[in-house]
Design a protein around this ligand. Sequence first.
Ligand SMILES: [Zn+2]
Length: 303
Amino acid sequence: MGIFRYSYEQMMRGLMALEQKSQGRFRTRMLELSADGRAVAEAVLGDENAGHHVLVHGGVHGREYLNSALLMRLMADWLRRGEELEKLAEDICVHVLPMVNPDGCSLSQNGLAGIRTPGLREELQQCYAREAGNKRTLSEYFRTWKANARGVDINRNFSSGWETYRGPALPGAEGFRGRAPGCEAETRAILKVCRNYPIDCCISYHSSGNVIYWDYGTKGRVWEEGRRLALAIAGTTGYELRSTVEDGLDGAGCSDYLMRECGIAAITVETGAADCPLPAQEFPEIYARSRGVLHAAAMFCCS
Ligand SMILES: [Zn+2]
């Protein structure tokens, strides 16, 4: 069995199918347009005027598209539970961005052919020359791509810790923070959801490691809430908890920003054991572990 394949086009078709089946309980919104012209989609489950809001997102890094398929499956499960869940989660709205970085996903799956804009392709070719030289083939280099089509790592493009973050000085496969915090469409898509709704908690799906990162160096109530969320999600997934402070991880990530600047409880779930892109054989276990996540996050909001 090879790597797990799941494309942007498959996801868009999946969103439309869910919308058709859901009788108004599910809507899709286009938040931003990526540099290569793909819409960053937000799925809304439940009443947008609800008192509580959960944000879940995945596919921030190009090569992590297995998590996009995972989030689509979790939403389908949620909708299938219908009325039972509606009573339970009456005052809760769930917002899911299954693929924050569609250009990065296309690049990881299709190499340069996955990018349509000639100017972007030229810049990406320069990234390859600079970072890979002649040591790796083009397809090997782009297969493990994490950034967007402009060579910016979306999880280093948030304002918290951005000034002090020291990564690559130029665009490339991973780690480049961009010219300014929030300068990328994909980053702005997440920020927009946080501005539009009073988000109670956020779960960021990444890969890999089979761990949950929490503890983004905050104190007091936010720290307590972050810990409560981490314990709830660890309880349902069985993933081990890891502190970003103790592990000395870099800042400028989405969870850093939400915890430190917005006071929103946020954790990062790292699915899978192998290097990305993850093999298809890991999907059943990843799905089994995450099956209860949307429910646990919803319960977190009302307790
Ligand atoms: Zn990631």
